[in-house]
Design a protein around this ligand. Sequence first.
Ligand SMILES: Cc1cc2nc3c(=O)[nH]c(=O)nc-3n(C[C@H](O)[C@H](O)[C@H](O)COP(=O)(O)O)c2cc1C
Length: 262
Amino acid sequence: MKINQISVVFFSATGRTRRAAEQVASALPLAADWLDITPHAADGLARSFGPDELVVWAAPVYGGRLALQAAQRFARLKGKQTPAVLLAVFGNRDYDDALLEMQDIAQAAGFVPFACAAPVAEHSLMPGIAAGRPDEQDAQQLADFARGLWQTLQQAPAAADLRVPAVKGKRPYKDYPSIPFKPAASQACVQCGVCARACPAGAIPLEHPNQTDKTRCLSCMRCVSVCPQGARSVNKLLLAAAGKAFALKFGARKEPEFFIGR
Ligand SMILES: Cc1cc2nc3c(=O)[nH]c(=O)nc-3n(C[C@H](O)[C@H](O)[C@H](O)COP(=O)(O)O)c2cc1C
C-alpha cells in the first residue's frame, strides 16, 4: 500500500521517548510531521488521519501503564483504518500492560496498530538506570524495526490486510501505583512560568509557579528538566534511597521488544 504522509504523535516529559521515536522515524523513507501532545494545552487537541497515512504513537510507561494524560490525548485522535506504529518506552524495569493499553486505544480510535515496540530509555525518575539509552545498539534495533515495518506496509495491498500482533499485557490493566516523588520549587524559583506551561497535568498554577498541586502531579519530572533556574527538585535523600533498591532489582540491561503483525 502507498503511504503519502508520516506523522509522529508523541508524549515525552523529559525527552527520552522523543529520542526513541526519532530513531524509528529517521529510518523511514518520508520526513515526518511531529505533533507534541505533552503539555497540558494539548488536552483539547483532536486530529484525524486517513488510510494513506502512517502514524507513529510514542509515550512513556508510568507504573506499567501508559502515562494517563498520554492515554487521554491519544484517545482523541481519529483514524480511518490508518496504519499505526506504537512505541511504549520504558525505563528498564518493565512495560507490563502499557503496550496492550496503547494498542486497545489505537484500535478503538480507528487505527491499525500493526507494528508495536517497547524500546528502553534511561529512567526519568530513578537516577542512573539505563543511563544513556537509547544508545547505538538501541538505535540500530529501532532502525531495523522501522525498515521491517515499512516492508510490511509495502507488501500489504491495503490497510485491511495488515495484522495486529499479539503483545504482552493483561486486561484489566494493572492499577496506577501512587508515586511519592513530587517536585517542589526552591527559593531559586523566579516564577517565570516555564514549568507551569510545560506541565502535562496542569499541576503547576501559572499565577503561582512555585507551587505544585500534588493531587494532579504525575511525577513525570518535566518541571525539573525544563526549569531554567534548576529550582525544581524531588527529595534527594528519598530518591537516592529508592534509587539504590531499584538499581539492585532492575539495574541489569534489558532489551527492547518488537512486534510486527504478519
Ligand atoms: C512516574 C514515572 C513512572 C515510571 N514507571 C516506569 C515503569 O513502570 N517501568 C519502567 O520500566 N520505567 C518507568 N519509568 C521510566 C520511564 O518510562 C522512562 O524513563 C521513559 O523513557 C521516560 O520518557 P520521557 O523522557 O519521554 O518522559 C517511569 C518514569 C516515571 C517518571
